[in-house]
Ligand binder design. Structure first.
Ligand code: ADP
Length: 386
């Protein structure tokens, strides 16, 4: 138990206090919500209140007389005595009277964030320091949760926006495309006449050009949306992009009975990119792999996501599946918009993915998996090299 009593380390002061006052101080000390620790100038713990016992998981009698460093993880543990000596020698405070956020170490070795304010107790026969400790774990956990939620919302927002855009785009493109079909049929009928009027055929061709250009503008709108925007780019670890995407797609794969496997290279150099966009690409590739393997007899072999360092300038992510693979015929046009073999597919996933990867100065690829199935993936330049 703490010794804010007549036997205290600093007994001379307390002994002079009336017993009632000592009892009141004792009660105040132990009722405090914040942890309170008193230490001497050597950094040895003299007092440890109830809240500190709860925070650190040590009973007071185990820590009183022990160095304060017992309650700190590295690197503070090694640096602390130096800080204290520096203060005692120079009077220059780094934390005393200032307060800051540090990490504490519990009796079980786990660590937690805490707000620490330290004051020097003036007067008395020896120099002493009093530390007030507030546990920040709950606050940090809440902040992290809010951050995750925010991230999630951003995803939902971006994805639904993209979905809406894709649907809107399909709808908008339908008009010029059907007009092109109509004008070409009309043009052919005109050309098949015995006496084809060149002027009307030319008019048809002009209409076709006009409509094709309109379709082009619609596609440009999508490009603008995905434009290479440096403001949303940051330095990223490729493996983090993979792992954070895995959280978003694993449930889909598991629901289909397809295991997701990882082979992540160590010490990959960082890349510069937009996390949400890269997750979007990887999600498209993985969802396509799940679709391809849904009816495959090799489901159990799962989908493998690999990261590789290609050179000092380039890294790569590949998604390997054991589905039917991509026919050479389809492979030629697979990255073009509206190419799909799925009944309810839009065929824009790979086209959008390619735009995103180009905006990152990388390359989206599709290969045959030598052991069956397809490999889709992308290469990206290492940060600072692109
Ligand atoms: P969608 O998924 O809406 O069809 P995508 O652009 O993502 O649009 O894919 C286009 C087409 O490419 C798919 O319809 C499918 O035929 C083919 N494809 C994509 N990924 C794979 C894969 N892993 N294995 C086999 N075919 C694939």
């Amino acid at each position: 138990m703490p010794k804010l009593t007549s036997e205290s380390t600093y007994g001379t002061v307390e002994r002079a206090l009336p017993a009632d006052l000592v009892a009141e101080l004792r009660a105040l000390f132990d009722a405090a919500v914040d942890g309170i620790i008193v230490a001497d100038e050597r950094g040895v713990i003299a007092e440890f209140n109830k809240a500190a016992e709860r925070l650190f998981g040590f009973p007071a009698e185990q820590v009183v007389g022990q160095p304060l460093t017992l309650l700190m993880p590295e690197p503070d543990r090694s640096a602390h005595d130096g800080y204290l000596k520096h203060y005692l020698d120079t009077g220059e405070a780094r934390i005393i009277g200032i307060g800051r956020e540090v990490r504490g170490q519990r009796a079980d070795g786990s660590t937690f964030p805490l707000a620490l304010s330290v004051g020097e107790i003036e007067g008395g026969s020896r120099r002493r320091f009093i530390g007030l400790i507030r546990d920040l774990s709950a606050q940090r956990a809440a902040e992290e949760e809010a951050y995750k939620l925010q991230n999630r919302l951003e995803h939902v927002g971006r994805f639904s926006l993209m979905g809406e855009m894709a649907a809107g785009l399909a709808h908008e493109l339908n008009q010029p495309l059907s007009a092109i079909v109509n004008y070409s049929q009309a043009g052919r009928r005109l050309a098949e006449r015995k006496d084809p009027g060149i002027a009307s055929i030319t008019a048809c061709l002009e209409k076709i050009t006009e409509q094709a250009m309109r379709a082009g503008h619609i596609i440009d709108k999508l490009r603008d949306f995905l434009r290479n925007d440096d403001a949303t780019k940051s330095e990223l670890k490729l493996n983090d992009v993979v792992l954070s995407t895995l959280n978003l797609v694993e449930a889909d794969a598991r629901a289909e009975g397809i295991p997701m496997l990882m082979e992540l290279a160590d010490n990959l150099p960082t890349i510069k990119g937009d996390l949400v966009q890269l997750q979007q690409v990887l999600m498209n590739l993985t969802r396509n792999a799940v679709d391809a393997m849904r009816d495959s007899p090799n489901k159990d072999e799962g989908i493998l996501i690999q990261t590789t360092r290609l050179s000092s300038e380039e890294v790569q992510v590949s998604v390997l599946d054991h589905g039917p693979g991509v026919s050479p015929q389809l492979a030629k046009s697979i990255f073009l918009p509206f190419i799909t073999t799925k009944r309810d597919g839009l065929g824009v996933g790979l086209a959008i993915s390619r735009t995103i990867i180009s905006a990152h100065e990388g390359e989206l690829f599709c290969r045959r998996n030598p052991i069956g199935g397809a490999i889709f993936g992308f290469k990206l330049p290492v940060a600072g090299r692109g």
